[in-house]
Structures are given as C-alpha cells and as structure tokens.
Design a binder for this molecule. Structure first.
Ligand code: IMP
Length: 193
C-alpha cells in the first residue's frame, strides 16, 4: 500500500490546490487547503514574499506546510503585473492587460511560480518554475483561471493555457515545473521509505 503524505497548503485559491494536487499525486503527496490567514509582504521578489509568508504561517500552524506565490511578468511592461498579478487581475482582468498591450508588437511574457515548503524541523526551502510565452491578441479558451486565456506558452502550437487540457497545461506550466521539483525533493529527502 502506498502512503499518502498530507501537507497543508496555505492559499485561498481553489484552482491552485487543484493544479498542485494533480501534479503531486504522482509523488504520493496530497495538499490540504488551510484557510489560516496568509500574510503577504509587498516586494518585487516572489522568493521574499514566499519565505516571509512561510515563516509567519509556521508560527501559527506548527506543521508541515506549503506556500505558493506566482505572477505574470510582461517584458514590454517592465515585468508588470509581476507580484501584483492577483490585485491587477481583480481590478483589470484579462481585458485590461490586452488594452495595455494594444499596439505593442513584442508580446513576450513569462509566468513564474515559487513554491515554499517548511516544517517545524525544516527552514523554508524554495522551488521555482518559469514558463516562457507570449500575450495573445485576444482571450481564447475555457479551461483554467486568471490570465490563462491570454497567455500562449512556447511550444503549444499557438494555443493559450485556457485552450490546453488541464494535464497539458501542467506539462508546460510554471506551477507544474515548481511542484514537480518540490515533489522530487520531498520523496528523496523527507518521505524516504
Ligand atoms: P497569488 O500567487 O495568489 O498572489 O496570485 C497570482 C495571480 O497571478 C493569480 O491570481 C492569477 O491572476 C495569476 N496567475 C498565477 N498563476 C496563474 C496561472 O497558472 N494561470 C493564470 N493566472 C495565473
């Protein structure tokens, strides 16, 4: 029988929990959403935000936990919205980004995800995933969440994240890359048989 390792995931975003669990199931890891308040400092660095949030959550939870922060960085907008992606998505949505990108021909962008793990015995350790691509000219597709309808990852035959099946998105995505790194590390270092 395979042991399933349950770890708290401090987030309010159900989409992230669903994606992370799809990716981590191959490692025998299951994340359980915790609604304790996530403290987010303002910083340009996702790494700093995750480290700080992880230490803060550990004080409260005193148990193994995962924190994740991610963002969309658009080259010609000097990395905007970056760490402010969640706020910008709520205020402007995909349409707002498309408007900002009107008449801009260089549409290079990337999604970045930083996953932080810590436990009462392990200081925060970070795993990073980056997915390169372009901002589309219009929103397309129905899968996913957030900026998925306007992000075309490289090597997807021009399809946006929202036009890929969820399992296809996982192969390319920043979250897929970061959580697979975490899963491999966890089974080799923490969950050793
Ligand atoms: P946070 O990590 O909770 O601060 O939120 C990051 C924000 O970036 C989300 O609310 C989404 O708007 C956006 N985002 C992060 N990852 C993805 C993704 O995989 N697809 C689409 N949007 C994403």
């Amino acid at each position: 029988m395979i042991d399933i390792h349950e770890i708290y995931f401090i987030t309010s975003n159900d989409h992230k929990v669903e994606e992370a669990n799809r990716i981590l199931s191959q490692f025998g890891i299951c994340l359980r959403k915790s609604n304790i308040k996530k403290l987010e400092i303002q910083s340009n660095s996702l790494e700093k935000i995750v480290k700080y949030s992880a230490l803060y959550a550990m004080k409260k939870l005193k148990s193994e936990l995962i924190i994740e922060d991610s963002g969309l960085f658009i080259k010609k907008l000097n990395g905007f919205p970056g760490p402010f992606s969640s706020y910008v998505y709520k205020k402007l949505g995909c349409d707002g980004i498309l408007k900002l990108m009107q008449n801009i021909s260089d549409r290079r962008a990337l999604f970045k995800c930083v996953v932080g793990y810590c436990s009462p015995n392990v200081k925060p350790i970070l795993f990073c995933g980056i997915c390169y691509g372009n901002i589309s000219n219009e929103a397309r597709g129905s899968y996913g969440f957030g900026f998925d309808p306007i992000f075309i990852p490289d090597n997807s035959n021009g399809r946006t994240f929202s036009e890929l099946l969820p399992e296809e998105k996982d192969k390319f995505s920043h979250r897929g890359i970061a959580f697979r790194k975490f899963g491999l590390w966890y089974i080799s270092n923490i969950a050793k048989p």
